[in-house]
Design a protein around this ligand. Structure first.
Ligand code: AMP
Length: 115
C-alpha cells in the first residue's frame, strides 16, 4: 500500500467519504474539484504511475475502468463524462498512487481533449 495521501485514505488514517468501494478500489470526491462532478477512482493497490503497472496488474486496470463506469452511472453522468489519468509530474500528476479522474457536469469542447 502506498504511503501517499491516497494510501492513508484507503487505510482509514485520514477520514474520507467513499462514494464507492469494492474489493479492489474506492471512489472519493476530489478535494479541489475542476468540474461539478470530479471523482477519483483509486485502486487499493498503490501503483505509483500508470507506466509502473505490470502484466500482473492487467485485471486491476480493467477493473478500474469498469468501476469508473459504475461510479459514473451511480452519479447520473453516464451519458457525458471524461476519464483522465495524469502520468508523471510533467503531465500534472501530484499524487503518486495511480488514480482515474471522472470529470462531468460541464460542457466539453468537441474534437479535442483540452477543453
Ligand atoms: P493528480 O494531479 O492527477 O495526481 O491528481 C491528484 C488529485 O488528488 C488532485 O485533483 C487533488 O485535488 C486530489 N486530492 C489531493 N488530496 C486529496 C484528498 N485528501 N482528498 C481528495 N482529493 C485529493
Amino acid at each position: 500500500m502506498s504511503d501517499t495521501i491516497f494510501g492513508k485514505i484507503i487505510r482509514g488514517e485520514i477520514p474520507s467519504k467513499f462514494l464507492y468501494e469494492d474489493e479492489h478500489c474506492i471512489a472519493i470526491n476530489d478535494i479541489n474539484p475542476q468540474a461539478p462532478v470530479h471523482v477519483l477512482v483509486i485502486p487499493k493497490r498503490g501503483i505509483p504511475r500508470l507506466v509502473d503497472a505490470e502484466q500482473d496488474d492487467q485485471a486491476l486496470l480493467g477493473h478500474l475502468l469498469l468501476a469508473a463506469g459504475k461510479v459514473a452511472a451511480q452519479l447520473g453522468v453516464s451519458d457525458a463524462f471524461r476519464l483522465i489519468v495524469n502520468n508523471g509530474a510533467g503531465a500534472g500528476q501530484t499524487v503518486f498512487h495511480l488514480h482515474l479522474h471522472i470529470i462531468a457536469g460541464r460542457p466539453f469542447a468537441e474534437g479535442h481533449l483540452a477543453g
